[in-house]
Design a protein around this ligand. Structure first.
Ligand SMILES: [Zn+2]
Length: 167
């Protein structure tokens, strides 16, 4: 069975589709990119550059799509976010991006992105500020209201239970 949580289908087509970009847009950006402009110019004028090649108008480094500076945040965002399981941590995000993409010093921008991610910060339970305890109104007669509390994510019991329910 396919592991839906670990599978993250980021690829060249996903990148271009989700960023609403075209091959033309990437080509323009390579030409003006501090890191790729010289390599791109050489390859478009039929010179060889070690480890780089063109496929159509797209630039590849060792079969990985070169991402122009202006597009890197979109790519990281795509790789960092999962519709199924929320937000991936640094290692998993890096793994997704490295699988299909290339740019120099990838780890630096990725580290900053994940560290500054507001959604990760907010969804981390240790960063949540709890409000004051607000007591419920006192019932006037039995069974007027029924409440249940669930506490979960506990270490497994001998019977493999990890939630506690209190009525
Ligand atoms: Zn995040």
């Amino acid at each position: 069975m396919v592991d839906m949580l670990s599978h993250h289908p980021i690829s060249t087509s996903v990148i271009l589709h989700n960023a609403s970009l075209s091959f033309e847009s990437y080509a323009e950006q390579y030409a003006n990119d501090d890191e790729f402009n010289e390599i791109y110019a050489k390859l478009t004028h039929c010179s060889q550059v070690d480890n780089y090649h063109l496929w159509g108008k797209l630039l590849y480094h060792l079969r990985k799509l070169c991402i122009p500076t202006g597009e890197r945040v979109h790519v990281i965002c795509e790789a960092h976010t999962s519709l199924v399981s929320g937000y991936f941590g640094f290692e998993k995000t890096l793994c997704h991006v490295q699988g299909f993409c290339f740019w120099p010093h990838m780890k630096n921008i990725l580290t900053r992105y994940v560290k500054d991610c507001v959604m990760c910060f907010v969804s981390n339970p240790s960063n949540r500020k709890l409000g004051l305890h607000t007591p419920l109104p006192i019932s006037s007669h039995p069974w007027e209201s029924v409440l249940m509390d669930f506490v979960g994510g506990l270490p497994l019991s001998r019977k493999s239970h990890d939630y506690v329910c209190r009525r």
